[in-house]
Design a protein around this ligand. Structure first.
Ligand SMILES: Cc1cc2nc3c(=O)[nH]c(=O)nc-3n(C[C@H](O)[C@H](O)[C@H](O)COP(=O)(O)OP(=O)(O)OC[C@H]3O[C@@H](n4cnc5c(N)ncnc54)[C@H](O)[C@@H]3O)c2cc1C
Length: 404
């Protein structure tokens, strides 16, 4: 195994953690970390706080360029891997370099889906995924009076909250009947709407952006599919991600929405691994393949992928969690939800006065996931039960868990 060559595509939480783990555990290997962004690892989870100006923009960085050199990782920023050859065991970059590898990790995450409306290519129509988006949104907020956030995702919520926190009049346009349409039900959606409205956000359901009005290159408003014109100077959208799998085109690696892997994050081609948002891995808890778009999942994937790339067979076994502020309250998503497992059954308890909501998800007779709003009491116990694959056969047993 001496002098093995590792190539990692993507320097997010998954890619950087993998590079770091390999570097620490295998002193005589070579590690090359490639990213098409110009930055070392930054914390995407902190971007909303930077946009709200709760933390300075430069505090989002978790590594420096110099760090890579100090620890002995060859770092190639602003470099895109354009092709991976499984036969030749090389990765080709857009700078014309061919990187040989003995094991390769694809940790390329996803790119935001653009707003599908005329005018949406204007600079003041932004997604919220990268550091560069955050800097551009920050500057535009300072020049705006009114903003529209579009979408029913976590990102659209983060945008709506940041716009309000920065003092903008804010309209939140959600095409479906509620936020997180597939995860919450009517009561949960109603609670989130009330919380948002209490913070001065105008929440509009059931209509989309039909057109963005732009004058002299500057956004002046949006026209909705309901025929309403909303004057605004800024549009932010959170319409989900398309996974960056295209780098594997022609490599023989099996992909679906993401890159299919087994429990050890091995793809269908020996020597090629996938991790983080882009990995559609086999989950031991549910016995199914799915993707997890969370920071902690990306970190753990990075570590587990490194061990497997070194030949130490290590399955990924974890209950991923996603926790976020929700205006002045909190939301936590644990394990698997109907986004990944549409056939999951559920039980719900909600209290509009106390502003709490709990929904538990079951696959067959096993607890597999939960969403908690307003209080995360009992979260650890739920995670343990998911991990233990505990069985809940009757409606009574399931409902009793809601009180736990
Ligand atoms: C605004 C925001 C807020 C969030 N809040 C939370 C939160 O509160 N809690 C939580 O758990 N999660 C949150 N997330 C999600 C979390 O940040 C992601 O799940 C995690 O960062 C994914 O890490 P990753 O390493 O898989 O991929 P990424 O961080 O997406 O990194 C992939 C990198 O690969 C690069 N790349 C792609 N293709 C190529 C190529 N061909 N060649 C070279 N480089 C390439 C990309 O440009 C990118 O830099 C948030 C995300 C955002 C954007």
């Amino acid at each position: 195994m001496a002098g093995r060559r590792y190539v990692i595509v993507g320097n997010g939480a998954a890619g950087t953690t993998c590079a770091e783990t390999l570097r620490k555990r295998e002193p005589d290997c070579s590690v090359t970390l490639v990213t098409d962004e110009p930055h070392p690892l930054y914390n995407r989870v902190t971007l909303p706080r930077a946009l709200k100006r709760e933390v300075p923009m430069d505090k989002v960085f978790l590594r420096t360029l110099a760090w890579h050199e100090q620890v002995g990782i060859r770092f190639l920023p602003e470099t895109r891997v354009t092709r991976i050859s499984a036969e030749e065991r090389t990765a080709l970059t857009d700078r014309g370099e061919e990187l040989p590898w003995d094991a390769l990790l694809v940790a390329t995450g996803g790119r935001p889906r653009p707003l599908p409306a005329p005018g949406a290519s204007a600079p003041d129509c932004r997604n919220f995924q990268y550091y560069a988006d955050t800097v551009a949104l920050d500057a535009r907020i300072a020049q705006s009076r009114r903003a529209v956030s579009v979408g029913g995702s976590f990102i659209s919520y983060e945008l709506a909250e940041a716009f309000r926190a920065r003092g903008l009049e804010t309209v939140w346009l959600i095409r479906g009947p509620r936020w997180l349409r597939r995860v919450l039900d009517e009561e949960g959606g109603d609670l989130v709407d009330r919380i948002a409205r209490a913070h001065g956000v105008e929440v509009v359901h059931g209509s989309e952006v039909a057109r963005v009005n732009v004058k002299d290159g500057v956004v002046t408003g949006v026209v909705t599919t309901a025929g309403e014109t909303i004057d605004c100077q800024l549009v932010g959208s959170g319409l989900g991600l398309t996974m960056n799998t295209q780098v594997l085109d022609g490599s023989g690696v099996r992909t679906r929405e993401g890159i299919i892997t087994d429990e050890c994050l091995r793809t269908s081609v020996p020597g090629i691994f996938a991790a983080g948002d882009v990995a559609e891995y086999r989950d031991r808890v549910t016995g199914q393949h799915h993707r997890m778009g969370t920071w902690d999942n990306a970190l753990f994937h990075g570590r587990v992928a490194a061990l497997n790339m070194m030949g130490q067979e290590t399955p990924y076994v974890d209950v991923p969690t996603y926790q976020s502020g929700l205006f002045d309250t909190i939301i936590s998503v644990v394990g698997v939800t109907p986004e990944a497992l549409p056939e999951a059954e559920s039980v719900t308890r909600s209290d509009l006065v106390a502003r709490t909501y709990r929904k538990l998800f079951f696959s067959g007779d096993r607890l597999v996931g939960a969403v908690l709003i307003g209080s995360i009491r009992g979260k650890k116990k739920l995670m343990d039960l998911i991990r233990e694959r505990a069985v809940f056969q009757t409606e009574g047993e399931r409902r009793a868990l809601l009180e736990a």
